[in-house]
Ligand binder design. Structure first.
Ligand code: PEP
Ligand code: MN
Length: 363
Protein backbone atom coordinates (compact mmCIF):
# COMPACT_ATOMS: atom_id res chain seq x y z
CA UNK A 1 0.00 0.00 0.00
CA UNK A 2 1.52 3.23 -1.16
CA UNK A 3 -0.31 5.58 1.09
CA UNK A 4 0.75 6.94 4.45
CA UNK A 5 -2.83 7.97 5.15
CA UNK A 6 -3.89 4.35 5.26
CA UNK A 7 -2.91 4.35 8.92
CA UNK A 8 -5.90 5.97 10.47
CA UNK A 9 -5.34 9.71 10.71
CA UNK A 10 -8.57 10.47 12.42
CA UNK A 11 -7.90 10.75 16.11
CA UNK A 12 -10.64 13.10 17.18
CA UNK A 13 -13.09 12.83 14.34
CA UNK A 14 -15.35 11.33 17.01
CA UNK A 15 -15.99 14.82 18.36
CA UNK A 16 -18.21 15.33 15.35
CA UNK A 17 -19.05 11.68 14.74
CA UNK A 18 -22.64 11.78 13.77
CA UNK A 19 -24.08 10.60 10.51
CA UNK A 20 -24.70 12.67 8.55
CA UNK A 21 -22.53 15.44 9.90
CA UNK A 22 -24.42 18.51 8.70
CA UNK A 23 -22.43 21.55 7.63
CA UNK A 24 -24.48 24.51 6.40
CA UNK A 25 -24.22 28.23 5.92
CA UNK A 26 -23.93 30.82 3.19
CA UNK A 27 -21.56 30.61 0.25
CA UNK A 28 -20.11 33.93 1.44
CA UNK A 29 -20.27 35.96 4.61
CA UNK A 30 -21.66 39.26 3.32
CA UNK A 31 -22.80 41.33 6.29
CA UNK A 32 -22.91 40.80 10.02
CA UNK A 33 -26.69 40.73 9.90
CA UNK A 34 -26.83 38.13 7.10
CA UNK A 35 -24.34 35.89 8.91
CA UNK A 36 -25.97 36.16 12.34
CA UNK A 37 -29.52 35.72 11.06
CA UNK A 38 -28.65 32.71 8.87
CA UNK A 39 -26.75 31.17 11.79
CA UNK A 40 -29.64 31.83 14.19
CA UNK A 41 -32.17 30.09 11.97
CA UNK A 42 -29.87 27.15 11.29
CA UNK A 43 -28.89 26.78 14.95
CA UNK A 44 -32.49 26.97 16.15
CA UNK A 45 -33.51 24.20 13.75
CA UNK A 46 -31.26 21.89 15.76
CA UNK A 47 -30.33 20.13 12.51
CA UNK A 48 -26.98 21.71 11.75
CA UNK A 49 -23.68 20.72 13.39
CA UNK A 50 -21.25 23.16 11.79
CA UNK A 51 -21.75 26.66 10.37
CA UNK A 52 -19.86 27.47 7.16
CA UNK A 53 -19.21 30.76 5.38
CA UNK A 54 -16.69 31.85 2.76
CA UNK A 55 -14.57 34.82 3.81
CA UNK A 56 -12.15 34.91 0.89
CA UNK A 57 -13.88 33.84 -2.33
CA UNK A 58 -12.02 32.33 -5.27
CA UNK A 59 -13.91 33.79 -8.22
CA UNK A 60 -13.58 32.72 -11.81
CA UNK A 61 -13.54 36.28 -13.18
CA UNK A 62 -12.19 39.47 -11.57
CA UNK A 63 -14.61 42.19 -10.48
CA UNK A 64 -16.93 39.68 -8.84
CA UNK A 65 -17.48 39.81 -5.09
CA UNK A 66 -14.30 38.40 -3.57
CA UNK A 67 -15.44 38.07 0.02
CA UNK A 68 -15.40 40.46 2.97
CA UNK A 69 -12.01 39.25 4.21
CA UNK A 70 -10.86 39.10 7.81
CA UNK A 71 -13.69 41.36 9.02
CA UNK A 72 -16.06 38.43 8.56
CA UNK A 73 -14.03 36.21 10.87
CA UNK A 74 -15.26 38.29 13.81
CA UNK A 75 -18.87 37.49 12.79
CA UNK A 76 -18.06 33.78 12.73
CA UNK A 77 -16.53 34.04 16.17
CA UNK A 78 -19.77 35.63 17.29
CA UNK A 79 -21.79 32.77 15.75
CA UNK A 80 -19.74 30.35 17.78
CA UNK A 81 -20.25 32.32 20.99
CA UNK A 82 -23.95 33.03 20.56
CA UNK A 83 -25.17 29.79 19.01
CA UNK A 84 -22.53 27.29 20.12
CA UNK A 85 -21.94 26.06 16.56
CA UNK A 86 -18.41 25.17 15.44
CA UNK A 87 -17.49 27.31 12.44
CA UNK A 88 -15.74 26.52 9.15
CA UNK A 89 -14.07 28.70 6.51
CA UNK A 90 -12.17 28.16 3.29
CA UNK A 91 -8.45 28.91 3.33
CA UNK A 92 -6.25 29.18 0.26
CA UNK A 93 -3.05 30.85 1.49
CA UNK A 94 -0.78 30.95 4.52
CA UNK A 95 -2.27 34.31 5.49
CA UNK A 96 -5.80 32.88 5.46
CA UNK A 97 -4.66 30.09 7.78
CA UNK A 98 -3.10 32.48 10.31
CA UNK A 99 -6.08 34.82 10.26
CA UNK A 100 -8.61 31.98 10.66
CA UNK A 101 -6.67 30.45 13.55
CA UNK A 102 -6.39 33.83 15.25
CA UNK A 103 -10.19 33.99 15.33
CA UNK A 104 -10.56 30.45 16.67
CA UNK A 105 -12.13 28.94 13.54
CA UNK A 106 -12.78 25.23 14.22
CA UNK A 107 -12.63 23.75 10.73
CA UNK A 108 -10.62 24.93 7.74
CA UNK A 109 -11.58 23.67 4.33
CA UNK A 110 -9.51 23.84 1.20
CA UNK A 111 -11.37 24.67 -2.00
CA UNK A 112 -11.31 22.79 -5.28
CA UNK A 113 -9.25 25.49 -6.99
CA UNK A 114 -6.55 25.20 -4.33
CA UNK A 115 -6.39 21.40 -4.09
CA UNK A 116 -5.16 21.30 -7.70
CA UNK A 117 -2.06 23.30 -6.84
CA UNK A 118 0.72 21.45 -4.98
CA UNK A 119 2.57 24.71 -4.21
CA UNK A 120 -0.51 26.21 -2.56
CA UNK A 121 -1.17 22.96 -0.70
CA UNK A 122 2.38 22.87 0.61
CA UNK A 123 2.19 26.49 1.73
CA UNK A 124 -0.99 25.72 3.67
CA UNK A 125 0.50 22.54 5.11
CA UNK A 126 3.57 24.45 6.34
CA UNK A 127 1.35 27.07 7.96
CA UNK A 128 -0.55 24.30 9.76
CA UNK A 129 2.47 22.54 11.23
CA UNK A 130 2.02 22.07 14.97
CA UNK A 131 -1.61 23.23 14.92
CA UNK A 132 -4.52 21.09 16.10
CA UNK A 133 -7.41 22.02 13.86
CA UNK A 134 -9.79 20.04 11.70
CA UNK A 135 -9.21 20.24 7.94
CA UNK A 136 -11.46 19.22 5.06
CA UNK A 137 -10.09 19.03 1.55
CA UNK A 138 -12.39 19.40 -1.43
CA UNK A 139 -11.69 17.38 -4.54
CA UNK A 140 -9.57 19.13 -7.19
CA UNK A 141 -11.60 20.68 -10.02
CA UNK A 142 -10.22 18.09 -12.46
CA UNK A 143 -11.03 14.41 -11.96
CA UNK A 144 -7.62 13.29 -10.74
CA UNK A 145 -7.69 11.13 -7.64
CA UNK A 146 -3.94 11.32 -6.98
CA UNK A 147 -4.07 15.10 -6.77
CA UNK A 148 -6.75 14.82 -4.08
CA UNK A 149 -4.75 12.19 -2.21
CA UNK A 150 -1.55 14.23 -2.57
CA UNK A 151 -3.26 17.23 -0.98
CA UNK A 152 -4.50 15.06 1.91
CA UNK A 153 -0.99 13.64 2.33
CA UNK A 154 0.63 17.07 2.50
CA UNK A 155 -1.73 18.20 5.26
CA UNK A 156 -1.42 14.88 7.06
CA UNK A 157 2.38 15.09 6.94
CA UNK A 158 2.16 18.50 8.61
CA UNK A 159 0.70 16.68 11.62
CA UNK A 160 -3.02 17.31 11.09
CA UNK A 161 -4.84 14.23 12.36
CA UNK A 162 -8.42 15.36 11.98
CA UNK A 163 -8.80 15.24 8.22
CA UNK A 164 -11.76 14.79 5.96
CA UNK A 165 -12.57 14.96 2.24
CA UNK A 166 -15.36 16.91 0.56
CA UNK A 167 -16.71 15.68 -2.75
CA UNK A 168 -18.06 18.64 -4.79
CA UNK A 169 -17.81 17.22 -8.29
CA UNK A 170 -15.53 17.91 -11.26
CA UNK A 171 -15.73 20.62 -13.86
CA UNK A 172 -16.03 19.71 -17.51
CA UNK A 173 -15.88 21.59 -20.75
CA UNK A 174 -19.16 20.19 -22.02
CA UNK A 175 -22.30 21.86 -20.72
CA UNK A 176 -24.20 19.44 -18.52
CA UNK A 177 -27.18 19.81 -16.23
CA UNK A 178 -24.87 19.78 -13.23
CA UNK A 179 -22.40 22.56 -12.52
CA UNK A 180 -19.80 19.92 -11.65
CA UNK A 181 -20.03 16.26 -12.63
CA UNK A 182 -20.30 13.90 -9.67
CA UNK A 183 -18.13 11.05 -11.07
CA UNK A 184 -19.00 9.02 -7.96
CA UNK A 185 -16.36 6.40 -8.72
CA UNK A 186 -13.64 8.86 -7.68
CA UNK A 187 -14.74 9.33 -4.04
CA UNK A 188 -15.47 5.59 -3.93
CA UNK A 189 -11.86 4.96 -5.03
CA UNK A 190 -10.64 7.49 -2.46
CA UNK A 191 -12.41 5.40 0.20
CA UNK A 192 -10.67 2.30 -1.09
CA UNK A 193 -7.29 3.99 -0.85
CA UNK A 194 -7.95 5.69 2.52
CA UNK A 195 -10.62 3.61 4.23
CA UNK A 196 -11.05 5.80 7.32
CA UNK A 197 -11.37 9.12 5.56
CA UNK A 198 -14.62 10.88 6.49
CA UNK A 199 -16.38 11.81 3.27
CA UNK A 200 -18.66 14.81 3.01
CA UNK A 201 -20.78 15.53 -0.06
CA UNK A 202 -21.34 19.11 -1.24
CA UNK A 203 -24.44 18.84 -3.44
CA UNK A 204 -24.68 22.64 -3.69
CA UNK A 205 -21.54 23.12 -5.79
CA UNK A 206 -22.07 19.82 -7.58
CA UNK A 207 -25.56 20.60 -8.80
CA UNK A 208 -25.21 24.36 -9.05
CA UNK A 209 -28.94 24.68 -8.52
CA UNK A 210 -31.11 24.19 -5.49
CA UNK A 211 -33.33 21.78 -7.41
CA UNK A 212 -30.57 19.13 -7.48
CA UNK A 213 -29.61 19.23 -3.81
CA UNK A 214 -32.00 16.55 -2.53
CA UNK A 215 -31.25 14.03 -5.25
CA UNK A 216 -27.46 14.40 -4.98
CA UNK A 217 -27.54 14.38 -1.17
CA UNK A 218 -29.64 11.20 -1.23
CA UNK A 219 -27.18 9.52 -3.62
CA UNK A 220 -24.26 10.39 -1.36
CA UNK A 221 -26.08 8.99 1.67
CA UNK A 222 -26.80 5.79 -0.28
CA UNK A 223 -23.06 5.57 -0.94
CA UNK A 224 -22.47 5.80 2.80
CA UNK A 225 -20.93 9.27 2.90
CA UNK A 226 -20.46 10.66 6.41
CA UNK A 227 -21.86 14.11 5.98
CA UNK A 228 -23.20 16.95 3.86
CA UNK A 229 -22.15 20.52 3.21
CA UNK A 230 -25.07 22.57 1.89
CA UNK A 231 -25.16 26.30 1.19
CA UNK A 232 -27.88 28.19 3.00
CA UNK A 233 -28.63 31.92 2.98
CA UNK A 234 -31.49 33.91 4.54
CA UNK A 235 -32.16 35.58 1.20
CA UNK A 236 -30.64 33.57 -1.68
CA UNK A 237 -32.08 35.94 -4.31
CA UNK A 238 -29.84 38.75 -3.05
CA UNK A 239 -26.73 36.60 -2.42
CA UNK A 240 -23.44 38.04 -3.68
CA UNK A 241 -22.22 34.62 -4.84
CA UNK A 242 -23.82 31.31 -5.87
CA UNK A 243 -27.42 32.63 -5.78
CA UNK A 244 -29.00 29.79 -7.68
CA UNK A 245 -27.78 27.00 -5.46
CA UNK A 246 -28.42 28.48 -2.01
CA UNK A 247 -31.51 27.58 -0.01
CA UNK A 248 -33.23 29.34 2.85
CA UNK A 249 -32.76 27.67 6.24
CA UNK A 250 -36.36 26.37 6.25
CA UNK A 251 -35.87 24.92 2.75
CA UNK A 252 -32.74 23.17 3.99
CA UNK A 253 -34.75 21.53 6.76
CA UNK A 254 -37.39 20.42 4.22
CA UNK A 255 -34.63 18.82 2.16
CA UNK A 256 -33.11 17.10 5.19
CA UNK A 257 -36.54 15.76 6.18
CA UNK A 258 -36.84 14.00 2.83
CA UNK A 259 -33.46 12.25 2.90
CA UNK A 260 -33.77 8.55 3.63
CA UNK A 261 -30.90 7.25 5.73
CA UNK A 262 -30.15 3.61 5.05
CA UNK A 263 -27.97 1.54 7.34
CA UNK A 264 -24.55 0.55 6.02
CA UNK A 265 -25.01 -2.99 7.34
CA UNK A 266 -27.34 -5.18 9.38
CA UNK A 267 -27.18 -8.10 11.80
CA UNK A 268 -30.41 -9.57 10.39
CA UNK A 269 -29.50 -13.19 9.54
CA UNK A 270 -32.03 -13.83 6.80
CA UNK A 271 -31.16 -10.58 5.02
CA UNK A 272 -27.47 -11.49 5.24
CA UNK A 273 -28.12 -15.01 3.87
CA UNK A 274 -30.08 -13.71 0.91
CA UNK A 275 -27.43 -11.11 0.19
CA UNK A 276 -24.72 -13.77 0.44
CA UNK A 277 -26.59 -15.96 -2.08
CA UNK A 278 -27.00 -13.10 -4.51
CA UNK A 279 -23.34 -12.18 -4.16
CA UNK A 280 -22.40 -15.78 -4.90
CA UNK A 281 -24.41 -15.55 -8.08
CA UNK A 282 -22.51 -12.40 -9.03
CA UNK A 283 -19.20 -14.18 -8.40
CA UNK A 284 -20.28 -17.06 -10.67
CA UNK A 285 -21.23 -14.67 -13.47
CA UNK A 286 -17.94 -12.80 -13.06
CA UNK A 287 -16.08 -16.07 -13.53
CA UNK A 288 -18.12 -16.84 -16.64
CA UNK A 289 -17.38 -13.37 -17.97
CA UNK A 290 -13.66 -14.03 -17.66
CA UNK A 291 -13.99 -17.45 -19.30
CA UNK A 292 -15.73 -15.81 -22.23
CA UNK A 293 -13.16 -13.01 -22.40
CA UNK A 294 -10.40 -15.60 -22.43
CA UNK A 295 -12.04 -17.52 -25.29
CA UNK A 296 -12.60 -14.31 -27.22
CA UNK A 297 -8.97 -13.31 -26.76
CA UNK A 298 -7.79 -16.72 -28.01
CA UNK A 299 -9.74 -16.17 -31.22
CA UNK A 300 -8.23 -12.69 -31.52
CA UNK A 301 -4.77 -14.24 -31.13
CA UNK A 302 -5.52 -16.68 -33.94
CA UNK A 303 -6.70 -13.80 -36.14
CA UNK A 304 -3.44 -12.01 -35.32
CA UNK A 305 -1.44 -14.97 -36.51
CA UNK A 306 -3.53 -15.27 -39.64
CA UNK A 307 -3.13 -11.54 -40.43
CA UNK A 308 0.60 -11.86 -39.91
CA UNK A 309 0.84 -14.73 -42.37
CA UNK A 310 -1.06 -12.71 -44.96
CA UNK A 311 0.63 -9.41 -44.16
CA UNK A 312 -2.57 -7.52 -43.30
CA UNK A 313 -2.83 -4.54 -40.84
CA UNK A 314 -4.29 -5.10 -37.38
CA UNK A 315 -6.81 -2.31 -37.47
CA UNK A 316 -9.68 -2.40 -39.91
CA UNK A 317 -11.98 0.46 -38.98
CA UNK A 318 -15.02 -0.67 -41.02
CA UNK A 319 -15.06 -3.92 -39.08
CA UNK A 320 -14.71 -2.04 -35.78
CA UNK A 321 -17.66 0.29 -36.55
CA UNK A 322 -19.80 -2.72 -37.37
CA UNK A 323 -18.89 -4.43 -34.06
CA UNK A 324 -19.75 -1.35 -32.00
CA UNK A 325 -23.09 -0.64 -33.60
CA UNK A 326 -24.09 -4.31 -33.36
CA UNK A 327 -23.08 -4.41 -29.71
CA UNK A 328 -24.93 -1.20 -28.85
CA UNK A 329 -28.15 -2.57 -30.27
CA UNK A 330 -27.63 -5.95 -28.55
CA UNK A 331 -27.00 -4.08 -25.33
CA UNK A 332 -30.11 -1.97 -25.78
CA UNK A 333 -32.30 -5.07 -26.03
CA UNK A 334 -30.80 -6.20 -22.75
CA UNK A 335 -31.31 -2.90 -20.92
CA UNK A 336 -27.65 -1.84 -21.09
CA UNK A 337 -26.76 1.80 -21.80
CA UNK A 338 -24.92 2.56 -25.03
CA UNK A 339 -22.11 4.44 -23.25
CA UNK A 340 -21.50 1.42 -21.01
CA UNK A 341 -21.51 -1.00 -23.96
CA UNK A 342 -19.13 1.16 -26.00
CA UNK A 343 -16.75 1.55 -23.06
CA UNK A 344 -16.57 -2.19 -22.39
CA UNK A 345 -16.10 -2.97 -26.04
CA UNK A 346 -13.41 -0.36 -26.44
CA UNK A 347 -11.47 -1.85 -23.52
CA UNK A 348 -11.80 -5.37 -24.98
CA UNK A 349 -10.79 -4.13 -28.41
CA UNK A 350 -7.75 -2.35 -26.98
CA UNK A 351 -6.68 -5.55 -25.28
CA UNK A 352 -7.17 -7.56 -28.51
CA UNK A 353 -5.05 -5.05 -30.40
CA UNK A 354 -2.20 -5.29 -27.92
CA UNK A 355 -2.38 -9.12 -28.08
CA UNK A 356 -2.29 -9.01 -31.87
CA UNK A 357 0.58 -6.48 -31.93
CA UNK A 358 2.60 -8.79 -29.73
CA UNK A 359 1.88 -11.74 -31.99
CA UNK A 360 2.59 -9.86 -35.20
CA UNK A 361 5.90 -8.55 -33.94
CA UNK A 362 7.10 -11.86 -32.59
CA UNK A 363 10.09 -13.04 -34.51
C1 PEP B 1 -17.42 27.12 -1.61
O1 PEP B 1 -17.55 26.15 -0.86
O2 PEP B 1 -18.06 28.18 -1.49
C2 PEP B 1 -16.52 26.98 -2.78
C3 PEP B 1 -15.91 28.00 -3.33
O3 PEP B 1 -16.44 25.72 -3.20
P1 PEP B 1 -15.56 24.95 -4.29
O4 PEP B 1 -14.14 25.04 -3.82
O5 PEP B 1 -16.12 23.58 -4.19
O6 PEP B 1 -15.81 25.60 -5.61
MN1 MN C 1 -20.30 28.73 -3.08
Amino acid sequence: MENSLLVTPLEKWDVYKKRPLMIAGPCSAETEKQVMETARQLAESGRVDVFRAGIWKPRTRPNSFEGVGSEGLAWLKQVKQEYGLPVAVEVATEKHVYEALKFGIDILWIGARTTVNPFAMQEIADALRGVDVMVFIKNPINPELDLWIGALERIHKAGIKRLGAIHRGFSSFEKTAYRNLPKWQIPIDLRQRIPDIPLICDPSHMGGSKSYILDLAQKSMDLNFDGLMIESHIEPETALSDKKQQVKPHELIEILDQIILRKPDTEDASFRNTLEELRNQIDIYDEQLFDILESRMLVADTIGLYKKEHNITILQSSRWKEIVSKAVSMGKKRGLGSEFVSKILEAIHQESISHQMKIMNEK
